[in-house]
Design a protein around this ligand. Structure first.
Ligand code: MRU
Length: 320
């Protein structure tokens, strides 16, 4: 599914509003840089690779509106995911050639993502079959399918490739508090693909691994440091600890561009901290004492030595 695109009635970016899923399939038409920045910050579009595509089209919009300097605001709308700023930076290398050239580069970013996703997910599916030849019971967190990456997905995409090969027994999808990317988006994509799955609360993930219900854990990545330390959705680290304790393979599937050579280790990764209301409320309903101070990091960092392999379109890297 091409969930981020350029509007035929442009200049505008169109995207599937991920906040409304699974209840509603509604598309947003973003005609200003402010609207693009707001869509990124509020997670109407999310998932590191999709943010790269949104960043590319957002910068193309800034150029079409003759405010190219505003592309920087798109690049910095969220700090952790590498592809966002990369997508913006790449298309802005064409700024002197005019808005049409910038837009052509944005289309190239979107097209190339499909090839990258196909290669990374096939490689990850091959590796999984090598590690576990029988039907696989996998556990995943957050959402790493088409919605997060463009067509093909990453970690969830690899599991869907296994399903297409008849080699997937079950996906346990962690719900992913506080914004429920797992229960809202991953379950939606698994159901659409007819792939066997069950939903669990996040704290059941490590217990499921310890109980022998899981043959492999697969996640995506927002930023991978040069030494392999990996930032991904909050909760990833506890799954990696549990997987290591039980000898269960823990795979990260992501585009090669997520590996950031300018970030030496996990200690150098900036983790986005989000609004406390995301934790204080559920579906708009207050679930704690009003005004309770909140700790709400969007991501955590998994040390490289807990990762079995980082699978990209180019390699299966065993960082430890
Ligand atoms: O805050 P989100 O929903 O953008 O977080 C997304 C994740 O943590 C994903 O796992 C990551 O971006 C990889 S998407 C293939």
């Amino acid at each position: 599914m091409q969930n981020v695109d350029w509007s035929p009635d442009g200049p505008a970016v169109v995207l599937l509003d991920q906040r409304a899923l699974p209840g509603e399939t509604s598309w947003l038409t973003l005609r200003t840089v402010d609207e693009v920045v707001d869509a990124i910050r509020s997670l109407a579009v999310r998932g590191a690779p999709s943010l790269g595509i949104a960043g590319a089209y957002g910068a193309a919009l800034a150029c079409a509106l003759d405010v190219p300097e505003q592309a920087d605001r798109v690049a910095s709308a969220r700090p952790t995911a590498v592809p966002l700023a990369l997508g913006v930076r790449r298309v802005m290398t064409r700024v002197d050639d005019g808005p049409e050239a910038v837009l052509a580069e944005a289309h190239a970013v979107a097209r190339e993502a499909v090839v990258v996703n196909a290669r990374a997910t096939e490689r990850a599916a091959d590796l999984l079959q090598e590690l576990h030849p029988g039907p696989l019971r996998a556990l995943t967190l957050c959402n790493t399918g088409d919605l997060a990456c463009g067509p093909g997905g990453s970690a969830l995409g690899a599991l869907l490739r296994l399903h297409e090969r008849g080699a997937l027994a079950e996906v346990l999808a962690c719900e992913t508090r506080p914004l429920l990317q797992g229960s809202r988006l991953t379950v939606w994509e698994l159901a659409a693909a007819g792939a066997p799955h069950r939903l669990c609360v996040d704290s059941a993930g490590p217990a499921a691994i310890a109980s022998g219900l899981v043959d492999a854990v697969l996640v995506g990545a927002d930023r991978i440091a040069a030494n392999g330390d990996t930032a991904n959705k909050i909760g990833t680290y506890s799954l990696a600890c549990a997987a290591a304790r039980s000898g269960v393979p823990f795979l990260v599937v992501a585009p090669e561009e997520t590996i950031d050579p300018t970030t030496p280790s996990g200690a150098d990764i900036v983790v986005e901290e989000r609004d406390g209301d995301e934790v204080r409320t559920l579906g708009g309903v207050l679930t704690t004492v009003a005004g309770t101070p909140v700790y709400n990091p969007a991501f955590d960092v998994t040390p490289a030595d807990l990762i079995t392999a980082i699978v990209t379109e180019k390699q299966a890297w065993r960082p430890a």
